[in-house]
Design a protein around this ligand. Sequence first.
Ligand SMILES: [Zn+2]
Length: 429
Amino acid sequence: MQAFRADIFHSPERGRIERIPDALLSVGDDGAILSVAPCPDTAPPDLVDLRAHGVLIPGLVDLHIHAPQFPQLGTALDVPLEEWLFRYTFPLEARYADLDFATRVYDALVRRLLANGTTTAVYFATIHGPASLRLAETCLALGQRALVGRVAMDHPEGCPEYYRDADPETAIRDTADFIDAVRALPGNSLVEPVVTPRFIPGCTDEALKGLGRLAAETGAPVQTHCSESDWEHTHVLDRCGMSDTHALDHFGLLTRRTVLAHSGFIDGVDMDLIRARGSGVAHCPLSNSYFAGAAFPLRRALEKSVRVGLGTDISGGPSDFLLDVARNAVTASRMLESGVDPDRPAADRGRPGSRIDFRDAFWLATTGGADVLDLPVGFFAEGRQFDAVLIRPPEPALQPMSDDNLLQQILMCAQPADIQRTWVAGREV
Ligand SMILES: [Zn+2]
């Protein structure tokens, strides 16, 4: 058992921030929180007092990361999605046939994300089984909670010849083998395999159907891209005669365990279906600024009780720090609300009632992401896993600060260097 004395902030429900300035948190050997409460006058011996070093917040949950794209983070942002894939991204991803290269990149990425406070990560890898398994092994060895997908992509027109599954059978069989391999990793209680059709344009109907069946047979979670850009959304409408959301449902890929990246162009009917299936959305506002052509109607989705969390979308978004994405979710919602074209009159420039605030953003980065994954993390309570980040307030207190403002300043201004320590399942990483 371990005991921590800390100044904790968390958001068990959207819109509500709770602070316990002097909390006692005890954690069992399995990483589960045994109790969390204000510290009694006589504190038990052997506790670790964290209060002088910052505030303790729940670990950050990043719902959408392309691990192989880490080497091009912050670059390749100059062309639309459909060009970006063929010019920059498919050539880079094809290099993961080289296991040594994969090992080097994945080790660097997982270390960086843990240092940035990302305690749970949802990854796309590549089509290569050995390299994808290496990513799962790296998360396990370094102690990051993760969902990892070997990417399935077999469409002869949607994928280049040098980087695709030979046929639908290969896409399905290699995915099934990957699921077995991850589940068989010794001592694995942290990493789960994910059925990962890249997106509808990259997959044949046969592959999508087979992967839907595989998800049902194995109970594995699913991740894919949904209505990401004008091009992608229109492509699916033309090919399937329905939206991404409805097409994915038709292929059996819209489950309680599905994470849909982006979903910028979903309408109210799509939202109702996503909600009915219990799937979740990985909102990636930074990436959307470069590749979507529109802002995801986040507030509308939240008000319709669609489950939503945040994603960096490395490297579609040029940051590997989830708090950058959280503050950008606030910014994007404000831009959607006000509109952006100064030549239009203010009254018809934007979409009223679209904004979220820092409380929502903090919830999305922690509890919202955990809820999408049905994982017992995201806030501090008995029975939940101790995934936590000790973070130093970014500015010295130059004036008295309310609880709300202290958290707001952390959310809006903190940098990776402000993160002091990180724990996953009770283990310091
Ligand atoms: Zn993506």
